[in-house]
Ligand binder design. Structure first.
Ligand code: MRU
Length: 349
């Protein structure tokens, strides 16, 4: 199994995703500040992985306190949560995880729990989120794998795999499951400029699983679709609004329009922790602007003339009308998504 993040007695161990695929090295975060740093620097990235990392960050923050009582610790708990919440704005899984920890902490305070009990319960909750994430990926895989063709090309954008989750992956979980069902899938991985999650990470983890994979530059998708080599698209998501609009890695919107134009199904695989029913449409989703050096430089080399204008939004929003289905661990949703999401929310309560 790909060791995206793992709890150890010394802290959380992350595979360094900035170094893959050329170097497999690890970073140990033993404080919540260090967890915040690995999220900001994208040592760990991908919506579900960010959420669970933040949960472990909270656990490290509680473990590291010098407060003597739960009441004394309460304002520090708020600061820990705020630091972790300030790392990346788009993936709602981050806020989902922190809110879940805040709710648990409030309940424990109300019930008179000691600080030691709180430390144990918060860590246990982070472990539960970790296990739930893998289970959700497996469930999405089973639902989504059935939607893929018996044989054919499947295009994916960015990395929505084991590296973006606690294991197995969302979009790549769907592909893995289809392959496990005996389907002959040829993956086309968009390189995903500028951070190259597709070329570096998706290609690396699919090759480790011996799943046939071809990396293409982002601007090649249209002609490859037109050539009839893509039978389905499956991507992950960072946040899905109540109307089904999908925020995902920049360039996903392009792929969705191309898929629509070529009559190719466009599937989004995402766990319930990625659904944000409090945000009505994609218009309300905050889009992270990343450092411009990611565009101006590559491998330490400058690509662009000094002083040229640069923009580097890390995500875009695909309107719900381009989404053929949303694959969640609770089932496969079809338009109209506002109704489908509300209905599935009710069934889970
Ligand atoms: O900037 P990143 O690498 O964190 O962006 C990741 C994505 O956009 C993924 O597609 C998304 O988080 C889904 S991961 C299961």
């Amino acid at each position: 199994m790909i060791p995206t993040l793992a709890w150890t007695p010394d802290g959380v161990r992350f595979i360094d995703q900035t170094k893959l695929p050329l170097e497999e090295s690890y970073v140990l975060a033993s404080t919540y500040e260090q967890v915040a740093d690995v999220i900001v620097t994208m040592v760990v990235r991908g919506a579900p992985a960010i959420g669970v990392s933040a949960a472990y960050g909270v656990a490290l923050g509680v473990r590291g306190t010098t407060a003597k009582t739960a009441e004394e610790f309460a304002p520090e708990f708020e600061r820990i949560c705020a630091r972790l919440a300030g790392t990346r704005p788009t993936a709602v899984n981050l806020f989902w995880a922190i809110d879940r920890m805040k709710g648990l902490f409030a309940n424990l305070l109300d019930s008179g729990a000691t600080l030691d009990q709180i430390k144990d319960r918060i860590l246990a909750e982070a472990h539960a989120m970790y296990a739930e994430d893998i289970a959700a990926c497996k469930a999405m895989g089973a639902f989504g794998g059935a939607l893929l063709p018996q044989a054919g090309g499947v295009l994916t954008h960015c990395n929505a795999g084991a590296l973006a989750t606690c294991g197995y992956g969302t979009a790549l979980g769907v592909i893995r499951s289809a392959v496990e069902q005996g389907k002959q899938i040829q993956v086309f991985a968009d390189e995903t400029r500028p951070f190259l999650q597709g070329a570096r990470l998706t290609a690396w983890e699919l090759m480790a699983d011996h799943i046939p994979t071809t990396v293409i530059c982002d601007n090649m998708a249209a002609s490859i679709m037109r050539a009839g080599r893509i039978q389905a698209v499956v991507v992950g998501a960072d946040r899905i609004a109540a109307n089904g609009d999908v925020a995902n890695k920049i360039g996903t919107y392009n792929v969705a329009i191309l898929a629509h134009e070529h009559g190719i199904p466009f599937y989004v695989a995402a766990p319930w922790s990625t659904i944000d029913l409090a945000t009505a449409t994609g218009e309300g989703i905050p889009i992270e602007e990343r450092p411009h050096v990611e565009v101006t430089h590559h491998g330490g080399k400058q690509l662009t003339p000094n002083g040229v204008g640069i923009c580097n939004p890390a995500f875009d929003v695909t309107p719900a009308k381009y989404v053929t289905a949303i694959i969640t661990e609770r089932g496969v949703l079809r338009a109209p998504y506002d109704e489908a999401l509300k209905a599935i929310e009710k069934t889970a309560k």
